[in-house]
Design a protein around this ligand. Structure first.
Ligand SMILES: *Cc1c(COP(=O)(O)O)cnc(C)c1O
Length: 420
């Protein structure tokens, strides 16, 4: 079986002919992944930001089962259903009041495509078709489809490989001011110039608020976001916030934009939305977007096959309820404190260039690239699931993780620092 996988199945960001090893998992429960050979690993990744409640959760399992007995899926064209309506109500309720219209799609990348499309259609409909370019910052990540790729960091997003196919967008430097600090002099200068010179062509700014995730796990100042929001108003540019990674408490607030107290015109949600059960995403918009797109009888031209999938929507509602009924803030802040103390110890370790923690995210940045296959093997042998990338070892465990398990994760990080 493993040989078949290795030969025939693509895994993310690795070669098909000489892939990084993949470990077969038989089941998962709580914060533990059980490998087929019987070994148990403590999960430090929440399966890429998603499994916030841990695996095999009885409440989410029940939601899946009871929805399954009604219907797994029906098309959303001309039909609607309670699971989508309930989830929409819930998401509109917990996001800023101005976001009142929702588009369901099947993955984060697609929700970003929809956000970009909304922005372009908005200006087109209002008779300003020249406003069709996006402005963003370096170091971002918004997904792997072509529109989303165009606003990812040009280097890690491999724009040179796809030159001419990927839309050219405007990039300001990565925000330099770290989270928690007042904006450093000059940090938004280039951004300001880009606004000044190009606002007639810019449809929207798109950003991951506070936490740049897959583009380098960087936490930047909320002041930067406030400046962006101000410039958007000043130059009549829409603001798209991508909270696909940060949404649902991961960075310490239910949504990371709360740190800056700003509101987006368009908001993307995904990842933890279903607690890691199924792929589902949502794009929310305000009155301005609704009215703009609807002007001159305009309609939003999008409609994924699995739009509003009832099974995913039911689980998502259950997951959001479970989160809000839990003491998630207490949990996330306990994780944050422990990560700060226990990862903080690596700060002076040779080869470590930075340690940073925000909410339930802990990052140890090394000064050179990590040998993923080798370090991964050490982690698995130590009974933990931690997946480094580039120079980064990071932890983002399920919120339900116990103190001892978390300490096992932070202790294991040292295995990535041993050089041979
Ligand atoms: C993961 C991610 C995406 C893409 O979501 P997919 O579900 O993988 O398509 C977009 N934006 C951010 C910030 C992400 O972390």
């Amino acid at each position: 079986m493993k040989a078949f996988d290795r030969k025939h199945i693509w895994h993310p960001y690795t070669s098909i002919t000489d892939p990084l090893p993949a470990y077969p998992v038989a089941r998962a429960e709580g914060v533990r992944l059980q490998l087929e050979d019987g070994r148990e690993l403590i999960d430090g990744m929440s399966s890429w930001w998603c499994a916030i409640h841990g695996y095999n959760h009885p409440v989410l399992n029940d939601a899946a089962r009871s929805q399954l007995e009604q219907m797994a899926h029906v098309m959303f064209g001309g039909l609607t259903h309670e699971p989508a309506i309930r989830l929409a109500e819930r998401l509109i309720e917990i996001t800023p009041e101005s976001l009142r219209y929702i588009f369901f799609s099947d993955s984060g990348s697609v929700s970003v495509e929809i956000a970009l499309k909304m922005a372009v259609q908005y200006w087109h409909n209002l008779g300003k078709p020249a406003k069709r370019c996006m402005l963003t910052v370096r170091g971002g990540y918004h997904g792997d489809t072509f529109g989303a790729m165009s606003v990812c960091d040009p280097v890690t997003g491999m724009h040179s490989l796809f030159g001419g196919i990927v839309q050219e967008q405007l990039f300001a430097p990565r925000p330099e001011t770290p989270f928690g600090e007042a904006l450093r002099d000059g940090d938004t200068d280039e951004l300001q110039v880009l606004f000044e010179e190009n606002h007639a062509q810019i449809a929207a700014v798109i950003l991951e608020p506070v936490v740049q995730g897959a583009g380098g796990m960087w936490f930047y100042s909320a002041d930067y976001l406030r400046t962006v929001a101000r410039l958007c108003k000043e130059y009549d540019v829409l603001l798209i916030l991508d909270e696909i990674a940060t949404g649902f408490g991961r960075a310490g607030k239910l949504f990371a934009a709360e740190y800056a107290d700003i509101e987006a015109d368009i908001l993307c949600l995904g990842k933890a939305l279903t607690g890691g059960y199924l792929s589902l995403a949502a794009t929310l918009a305000n009155d301005r977007i609704r009215d703009g797109i609807s002007a001159n009888e305009g309609i939003l031209m999008h409609g994924p096959t699995f739009m509003g999938n009832p099974l995913a929507c039911s689980i998502a509602s259950a997951s959001v309820d479970l989160l809000l009924e839990s003491n998630w803030q207490g949990r996330v802040s306990r994780i944050e404190t422990r990560l700060q103390t226990e990862l903080g110890k690596y700060r002076d370790h040779p080869g470590v260039s930075d340690v940073r923690v925000l909410g339930a995210i802990g990052v140890v940045e090394l000064d050179s690239d990590i040998d993923v296959a080798e370090v991964q093997k050490r982690f698995v042998e130590a009974g933990v699931w931690i997946r480094p990338f580039g120079k980064l070892v990071y932890l983002m465990p399920p919120y339900v993780i116990g103190e001892d398990d978390l300490t096992r994760l932070t202790a294991a990080v040292e295995l990535a620092l041993e050089r041979d």
